[in-house]
Design a binder for this molecule. Structure first.
Ligand code: ATP
Length: 293
């Protein structure tokens, strides 16, 4: 048995003239949490839907849990969990009824109660889904994605609409699933989410992978210079250096203690991401102090 949960080579999919997925190679190890990042229309959902067995590819090779997703079987489907971008619609059923209903589709489901609790909907278990808030509906989607105890869980923008506390609860849940051995393939527009959860990330733009690596090393991030800034009577001073500790020590000696308004900054994942996908002109920020990566 291969160690790869997802093994993709030269994946292609066009809609008319639009090459939505334009030759993607992707390998996700079993047990790994992998995040796909990219701007709107980059091709993430198309790629994910091909891997979920819901969209036919035009070309390329793909294996998901050792099986061709272009020929989905019921047994194979029961081994994967899916949280789509569009919310589930079971308006008249209660949370508990929907989750119990979906549990019947799987050979070895988790208990509905445990899943409802895990996504933080215990207090809403008797509420009809049409009366849930947007974020609560999204949690229900996550519950349905994990009820079947999937080996591989696809999460397409799972925390859109979550408040900050719910997002943190969700991250804990994903970490727990990963600890339990679930492989996770996630798309997100929240860079912090990728940083918190992913072992590796890939950035997709124009249907192609433009960078891949760990969140801390993507785009040469770990080797980038630090930017040190501090207050002086003549205004804020900013200096870029490969040796921030030395600079801060010198400044501390100069000031005889606290350095006013000191910050030491390395490029964030967001800085790197924006430089990879091409930031639109006229959106300069202090991140630009870090320069090209
Ligand atoms: P988002 O972050 O907005 O969800 P995405 O990276 O998931 O975007 P896709 O939904 O895969 O992007 O879309 C990739 C490209 O394919 C876009 O240009 C989109 O307009 C096009 N596309 C997607 N689905 C279809 C379809 N069913 N018919 C025609 N074009 C499509």
């Amino acid at each position: 048995m291969t160690d790869l949960a997802v093994d993709v080579l030269g994946l292609m999919k066009s809609y008319g003239e639009t090459a939505a997925v334009d030759g993607i190679d992707l390998q996700v190890q079993r047990g790994e949490c992998f995040a796909l990042l990219g701007p709107n229309g980059a091709g993430k959902t198309t790629a994910i839907e091909i891997l979920e067995g819901y969209r036919a590819r035009d070309a390329g090779e793909a294996l998901v849990l050792g099986h061709d997703p272009g020929r989905p079987t019921r047994t194979w489907r029961s081994r994967i969990g899916i949280v789509l971008q569009t919310a589930t619609d079971n308006a008249e059923l209660s949370v508990s009824e929907v989750v119990s209903h979906f549990a019947h589709y799987y050979p070895n489901p988790r208990t509905p109660e445990s899943v409802i609790e895990a996504v933080g909907l215990s207090e809403k278990r008797k509420t009809r889904t049409r009366n849930l808030s947007g974020g609560q509906r999204r949690r229900l989607d996550v519950a349905l994605g994990i009820i079947g105890r999937p080996e591989l869980l696809f999460l397409d923008e799972p925390t859109t609409g979550f408040d900050p506390e719910a997002r943190r609860d969700f991250w804990d849940l994903i970490r727990q699933l990963r600890t339990d051995g679930t492989t996770i393939l996630l798309t997100t527009h929240y860079l912090e989410e990728a940083e918190q959860l992913a072992d590796r990330v890939a950035v997709i733009a124009g249907g192609r992978i433009v960078a891949e690596g760990t969140p801390s090393s993507l785009g040469g991030r770990e080797d980038a210079d630090a930017v040190v800034s501090w207050w002086t009577p003549d205004g804020t001073q900013t200096r870029r250096t490969a040796e921030p500790t030395r600079l801060v020590s010198e400044l501390a000696a100069e000031y005889g203690g606290e350095i006013p308004e000191l910050t030491v900054r390395r490029p964030s994942l967001e800085d790197v991401y924006l430089s990879l996908v091409g930031r639109p002109a006229g959106t300069a920020s202090d991140a630009d102090a870090v320069g090209e990566l």
